[in-house]
Each structure stands twice: as C-alpha cells, then as structure tokens.
Design a protein around this ligand. Structure first.
Ligand code: SF4
Length: 349
C-alpha cells in the first residue's frame, strides 16, 4: 500500500517560524562556548533529556540491542540496496554540519528519503496518528545539510551544494511488508525549528546543568522510547528490586515530599477526567459512523469484524475436566494492582 499524505506544519506555523540563519548562529555560539558534542539528526525532537546526556557526553547505561533491532537494521540495509539498484541515487550518505551529523538513507535527487522499518503496531500508529514531528525534523535537517554541502561522504565533494526540493518518509511494516509514504516540500522553517529545539537544550545544559533539562518520556513501562533508551538507568535510576515490584516503580522515586504526592494524585484525577471525556466524544463519533466507510479528506474510515466465531467455553471445559476426575492445570500469576482516587466529602450520619 502506498499513500501520499501531506502532514506538515500549517502555513500560519511556518510564517511565524524564526529564521534558519538565526538558529544556526545561536547554536554555533553556544557550541563554541561549551565545547560539547554534536548530536545525531535522528535524535532531534525526540527527548530533550536524552539529547542533553549526549551533549554532556554522559556514558550510556543501557546499550543492549535486541534481536529485533538487529533484524530491523539488516532489513533496512537490504531495502535501501534494492531501492538504489532499481532507481539509482545514493544511499546512506554521510552528512556533517557544525552542530548536527547524520546519515541520510536515500538521496534520489531532488528528494531526500528516510526509511523507517516498524513493527505492526508502529505502522498502525503512523497510519492513525500521522508522522511525528521529530521524523520531519530529521529529514528536513538532512535536506538542509545536503543543500548547504555539509557532507562527509567520499562520493560527494564537501562544500558543494546538492539539489534537494522534497522530503519523503517511508514506513515499512516488518510484519506485513506494507509501506506508506509521506511527502512534503523542502522547508527551511522546519529545519530552523529543529535547530532551535537543540539550541534550547544546549542553553539549559549550559546554564542549569543536564538534570534541569526536562524528560520528554514518562519512563519505563509507560513510554517505549524510555524502555529502549540508552540512558534509561541514568535517567530513572537502577531497576527496582523484584521483591518490591508493584509497591514501587522507578517513576515513584519522583514522589518524595507530601506536595509531590498531592500533585501526583491531582494529576491522576485530571487525566482520568480527560480520558473519560475523550472516550465519550470518540464513542459518539463512532456511532455516527456506523454503516459508513470510505475516504474523508486526508483520513480514511473502514469497519472490520462483527462475524460469528467459535470459542472454547472455558466454564464448560473446566466442568468437563472435573467430571473426568482430571487435575485442573493452573499457573500462578500476580493480580493487577488497581488504584482508586476518590473525593473527600464531609459525611453525615
Ligand atoms: S529514559 Fe526516557 S525520559 Fe529519560 S532520557 Fe531516555 S527517553 Fe528521555
């Protein structure tokens, strides 16, 4: 499946975006002062705390790369090879600016393409929520580095501007082999936005230190970007003792004082209300769509399921095993912990 869907900042957002030159100048001066390291374009816009650790040259604490990641990178390499053989262009082009470096997946003039291999869930998420801004940041910065001749690749001469007019991001599902492509014009305002994001991180690291840079992830078990983060233990502390699991979590280390506790309970209450309200709205829209399907501007709606299916009747199966005098197979699991936050009203007898 190949769909071309626009998903870019609005014209109004672009008009208000600051200039690229200013962003580069600002970043340049900050780097010169702090002599800190360059970060990869793929990390722009992801998590400010993670970028801060890179900038401050902190040593990664969680470097395990799972088999999934290995399979993903092998597949990635193979797909790029196939694209290059079939259509030409250059793949895995080394790029290096004064502040950001990167390796652009495929430059097929005049378009720069970034390929992302994803799980079935990741693919579905892109289809439902669109391209995350950080992915646009990445490919916009590649385009800018190429256009300004900031290359680090023996196939291209450094300083020679390369032609780039368009940005493209291709998501490929590792499970089904489906792909979906999103396209946009080259947009200097988007590059400026990405570099300003980085400038902000540099400024906080410089003025207040790494720990003052906000975390953009909500921690292990809540955000997958934290589960796979190379700085997980540095950011959230060592894993909790399995003995106390359930009673504590790494995030619970943030709840130290009484006011931390009160703030967390109120946060829970606020988001629970927002969740309930969002659910009502979603259900109302869903009911209005019953029996309807097809395209709707940049979206598409379809229904599936609803057929009859045969399932094991567990109660009847247990009853039958008992009748036959069989020992019921069991396993021990931990019951889920539930939380209940209620209002303190004054009660009358
Ligand atoms: S663990 Fe999560 S919040 Fe911390 S640096 Fe990594 S991605 Fe950011």
């Amino acid at each position: 499946m190949t769909a071309v869907l626009p998903d870019r900042p609005t014209a109004a957002e672009r008009r208000t975006a600051p200039s690229l030159a200013a962003a580069v100048r600002d970043l340049d001066s900050r780097r010169a002062r702090s002599r800190q390291r360059m970060i990869g374009a793929s990390e722009l816009g992801e998590c400010r705390r993670r970028a801060a650790y890179r900038i401050a040259r902190r040593r990664p604490t969680n470097t395990r790369a799972g088999l999934q990641a290995f399979i993903g990178s092998e597949l990635h390499r193979g797909v790029l090879r196939a694209l290059r053989r079939q259509y030409g262009g250059l793949t895995e082009v080394g790029l290096k600016g004064e502040q950001v470096r990167g390796r652009c997946d495929w430059w097929h003039a005049p378009v720069v393409e970034d390929l992302k291999t994803t799980s079935r869930f990741g693919f579905e998420r892109v289809l439902t929520r669109g391209v995350p801004v950080r992915h646009w940041f990445q490919v916009a910065v590649y385009a800018w580095l190429l256009r300004t001749g900031r290359t680090a690749d023996r196939r291209l001469s450094v300083g020679t501007a390369q032609g780039v007019d368009g940005l493209r991001i291709r998501y490929l599902s590792r499970d089904s082999g489906e792909d979906v492509v999103f396209e946009a014009d080259h947009d200097p305002a988007l590059t400026a936005e990405a570099l300003l994001w980085l400038t902000d991180v540099y400024a906080t690291v410089e003025d207040e230190g790494v720990d003052a840079v906000p975390r953009d992830g909500f921690g292990p078990g809540v955000d997958t970007m934290c589960d796979w983060c190379p700085f997980l233990d540095l950011c959230w502390g060592p894993p909790v003792d399995p003995e106390t699991e359930g009673a504590v979590s790494r995030q619970s280390r943030l709840t130290v004082t009484d006011s931390d506790y009160v703030a967390a309970v109120h946060d829970y209450d606020t988001w629970r209300a927002a969740e309930n309200e969002a659910k009502r709205h979603k259900e109302f829209a869903r009911e209005r769509l019953r029996g309807r399907s097809g395209p709707a501007d940049d979206l598409h709606c379809e229904w599936s399921g609803g057929g009859l299916r045969r399932q094991v009747d567990k109660d009847a199966a247990v009853e039958r095993l008992v009748e036959l005098g069989e020992v019921l197979p069991t396993r021990t699991t931990r019951s889920p912990q539930t939380i209940r936050v209620t209002r303190n009203g004054s009660r009358r007898d």
